[in-house]
Design a binder for this molecule. Structure first.
Ligand code: HEM
Length: 357
């Protein structure tokens, strides 16, 4: 896929846009890093990140909290820990720069420019995005170098089993033709930092909004969570048994799909807000038409983070439901806005009430 301008500065030639052999090489690495056993090993890090978030929520009991900001922070922490072996704080500059680039992409999306005009006339956004791209590159290089240094100095004998580790293993492959360049590694880091948190925080925010409005579904979901886990933390196996929570997530994905660019138009009457449609799974709900419901896309380029994101969303939701009842704050202003994903422009303010009080 050919991309230009600020979008190119944001995504480079990373997995989302790569094609042919390059796509296939990185896709295999990503498939491996975000599936099966590796995914199972990420569950404790996800739980620890949600626990840290909920510890902070204690200060907001009986008060209003903007969960959109909370989930942005949470999902940044989760992708940093699981894919890059670091923390939100270490990647803070990277997230801030990616967010700024995302805004520049958003405000230039509808503008039509003459081809090559940016070589003659540099707009304020061209200049700013160049600067951000350079600083972004330096910050990601620092994270890469830190990991490489550990191997070079003998502190460890491999690059690690997370996504960054797999990229660096290929970067330093003993067979030269198998290697990828440092620019390739940087582009993939950008893609996974963005894709790993923008989408998931959007889904968590919209799901919370829907549950705050539909408190009957919130109760059903809480009942299921308490029956399965009580007040205990979830297990990887237990996540697969969440039926109601999965229905709610599927319905939130249908109503507020974080990735809005796969455009679909309803042909007939559509009933809003009915998680029951997913009671017997997605296949039944779509009458076995796999193209009728595409929140994660379809085919060989389907979202590589599907299971990762679903696990993260389930863990966060169930741990919130175990502890809190919540309703929408009167200060909430409904304004879904497409920046990179569909986000609530003015946040999602909910009122928190501890369960059992
Ligand atoms: C609720 C969360 C998410 C949603 C709704 C979502 C949605 C999507 C969609 C619609 C696509 C395009 C698929 C197609 O063209 O058929 C996609 C691709 C992709 N997603 Fe996600 N995504 C989510 C989370 C994630 C996460 C957490 C990661 C990384 C850990 C991720 C990484 C990617 C990548 C790398 C691609 C490009 C795959 C390729 O072209 O081979 N996504 N995603």
């Amino acid at each position: 896929m050919k991309i230009k301008g600020v979008v190119k500065k944001l995504l480079g030639d990373g997995l989302v846009v790569a094609e042919g052999e390059k796509w296939s090489k990185v896709r295999k690495l990503a498939n491996h890093a975000f599936y099966a056993e590796n995914l199972k090993d990420m569950v404790p890090a996800m739980i620890a990140s949600v626990e840290a978030m909920l510890e902070k929520w204690r200060l907001y009991e009986g008060k209003e909290i903007d969960v959109f900001q909370e989930f942005r922070f949470l999902t940044s922490e989760v992708i940093s820990r699981t894919a890059f072996g670091s923390s939100y704080l270490e990647g803070k500059d990277i997230f801030e720069m990616l967010t700024k680039l995302g805004f520049i992409v958003g405000r230039n999306a509808e503008k039509i420019r003459l081809p090559g005009i940016e070589k003659i006339f540099r707009s304020k956004d061209d200049i700013e995005s160049d600067k951000i791209e350079q600083s972004l590159r330096n910050s990601i290089l620092a994270i890469i170098k830190k990991r490489e240094d550990k191997v070079m100095t003998g502190e460890t004998n491999n690059f690690g089993s997370d996504f960054l580790g797999s990229l660096l293993k290929v970067r330093h492959d003993s067979v030269k033709k198998n290697r990828i360049s440092v620019d390739d590694v940087i582009d993939e880091c950008k893609v996974f930092y963005i894709a790993g948190h923008e989408t998931t925080s959007s889904l968590l925010s919209w799901t919370s909004l829907l549950l705050a409005i539909n408190t009957d579904w919130q109760e059903k979901a809480r009942k299921e969570v308490l029956e399965l886990f009580g007040k205990e933390n979830p297990t990887s196996e237990g996540l697969a048994r969440l039926k109601t929570v999965t229905m709610v997530i599927n319905e939130a994905l249908r109503l507020y799909s974080p990735v809005p660019s796969l455009v679909r138009r309803a042909k007939g009457k559509v009933n809003l807000g009915e998680p029951e449609r997913f009671a017997e799974g997605v296949a039944k709900a779509t009458k076995n038409n796999p193209m009728a419901y595409l929140p994660f896309g379809s085919g060989p380029r389907t979202c590589v983070g599907l299971n990762f994101a679903t696990n993260e969303v389930k863990i966060a939701l169930l741990m919130i439901l175990q502890r809190y009842k919540f309703t929408l704050s009167p200060n909430y202003v409904h304004f879904p806005l497409v920046v990179l994903t569909v986000c609530p422009q003015h946040g999602v303010q909910i009122m928190l009430e501890p369960v059992g009080v």
